[in-house]
Each structure stands twice: as C-alpha cells, then as structure tokens.
Design a protein around this ligand. Structure first.
Ligand SMILES: Cc1cc2nc3c(=O)[nH]c(=O)nc-3n(C[C@H](O)[C@H](O)[C@H](O)COP(=O)(O)O)c2cc1C
Length: 240
C-alpha cells in the first residue's frame, strides 16, 4: 500500500510516536512518503485565488504545494498528524490545508480521493482534540476521502517518555484496531456522508452555473471540471 504521511509538527515527540505506532501496526511492505510541516510547506496561502480560477499548478507556492498534493493523490492511505495547539491543529497544518481549498467538493474535487482511506492522529495534554480533528477532517471530507479514522489520546504529560504504560497501551490497541480496519477493507467506497456531500455539491454547481450565465459570464473552471468528469450527468467518482 502507498502511504503518504503529513506530519503537522517537526517535533519527534508524542505525535510522532503515535504515528510510528500506527505504521508498525500496519505491518511491513508499504511504501511510505512523509512530509514534515512547516519544513515542507513553510508558507501561508496568500489568498490570490489563482488556483480557483485556474488550477493548483498556478499556485505561487507550487514548488511546495504541488509535490505534496501529487503524493496525496498517489497514495492509497493518507495519515495526517497534529498535536493540539490552543484547542486546534497546528498553524502549519492549517497553512498547508488552506492551499488545497480548490480541491474541495464545492470547487474541483479529484476522483481518486473517493477511493482513499485516511487516518487523523492527534493528542493533547488534556483538552481540545476534537477541534484538532475537525480542522483536518473538514478538508478530508470535502476532498471526498472515502473513509477517515481517528486516533486521539489525552496524554496528561508533555513528554512521550512520561506517558503512562496504560495510555501507551490504549494507543497501541487503537492503532492495531485501525490498521486492521484499513487493511481488511478490500474495496474502498465512500461513507453515506461523503456521497451526500457530493450530491449537494453537484446540485450547487448547477445553481452557481445558472446564476453565472444569467449574469452574462462564462462557465466557471469548477463547472467545466464537473462537466468534464461527467458528474453533472450522473457519473460518480467512486466505484458503484
Ligand atoms: C503552543 C502549544 C499549545 C498547546 N495547546 C494545548 C491545548 O490547547 N490543550 C492541551 O491539552 N494541550 C496543549 N498543548 C500540549 C500539546 O498538545 C501536547 O504536549 C502534545 O503532546 C505535544 O505533541 P508533540 O510531543 O508531538 O509535540 C500545547 C502545546 C503547545 C506547544
């Protein structure tokens, strides 16, 4: 299996240890590509909107954003990790995800996403993990990722070495269970939620196009993307 890991911190601390546990639980024989933030995307989205009018290749930060996106597209399993910082994902993770707004279902989603699985890994001393998960899961859901699993754990210690054996055992059990679910799924199809989101976004594309045409404007790049993929005529990006 091809696995792309996006580490939302460069620290080799608790989050890194949890991610290593998941990779170990998945077993050998996989091709793993890892990115570390902010090292591999050390720049904020400036909001130029070029990607929305054209595509991601036109991003002024394409030297960072395109290789990571290509790796995401190539992978069968995506792993996103982030410690909880002030009740949310790290800013560097958000900065990367902002760059991929074009690939949201509201714009130009990519068909391979609807056949991928993903895992979000987070932890905290105590509080805020749900919003960390949400920060990442919103993007994965709106990219169309078929199945997303969550591994989260309150650690009550700032250093991995100080985390209790009981909590480490709970993390290991969660990683083992998640790995088993991922590897046992031979045919990856989207959840009902992802399919419903796609349907709503398809209807929205038609409505947006009508209003653009009424205003005397051309089809948007997003509308043409949906049209080219046949999704406006009943075709689906997942295996039926
Ligand atoms: C800037 C910053 C903000 C943090 N905010 C929170 C927080 O809101 N809630 C919490 O429980 N822990 C918070 N923590 C603690 C980290 O989530 C926790 O120590 C985590 O295990 C660090 O992961 P790491 O070892 O991979 O760096 C914060 C840590 C830092 C550095």
């Amino acid at each position: 299996m091809k696995i792309t890991v996006i580490n939302g911190t460069e620290q080799r601390g608790c989050t890194f240890a949890m991610k290593e546990q998941l990779l170990a639980s998945l077993g050998g024989g996989h091709t793993v590509t890892e990115y570390f933030l902010p090292r591999d995307c050390p720049i904020f989205c400036t909001g130029c909107k070029t990607c929305f009018y054209k595509d991601l290749s036109a991003c002024p930060h394409a030297q960072y954003t395109v290789p990571i996106w290509e790796s995401i597209m190539d992978a069968e399993l995506l792993v996103f990790t982030s410690p909880t910082y002030v009740f949310h994902a790290t800013a560097q993770m958000k900065a990367l995800l902002d760059h991929y707004g074009k690939n949201w279902m509201a714009h130009s989603p990519q068909a391979p996403m609807f056949r991928k699985q993903a895992v979000i890994i987070t932890n905290a001393i105590g509080q805020g993990m749900d919003k960390t998960v949400r920060d990442i899961k919103d993007s994965l859901d709106f990219w169309g990722v078929a199945r997303t699993y969550v591994i989260k754990q309150a650690l009550f210690q700032p250093q991995w070495e100080q985390v209790t054996k009981k909590r480490k055992a709970a993390i290991m059990a969660r990683c083992e269970k998640t790995a088993a679910r991922i590897t046992s799924r031979k045919r990856v199809t989207p959840t009902v939620k992802i399919k419903a989101l796609f349907t709503v976004m398809r209807i929205a594309q038609g409505m947006i196009d009508k209003s653009e045409r009424r205003a005397g404007r051309e089809h948007t790049a997003d509308y043409l993307h949906w049209q080219k993929n046949g999704w406006l005529n009943g075709k689906k990006p997942w295996r039926e």
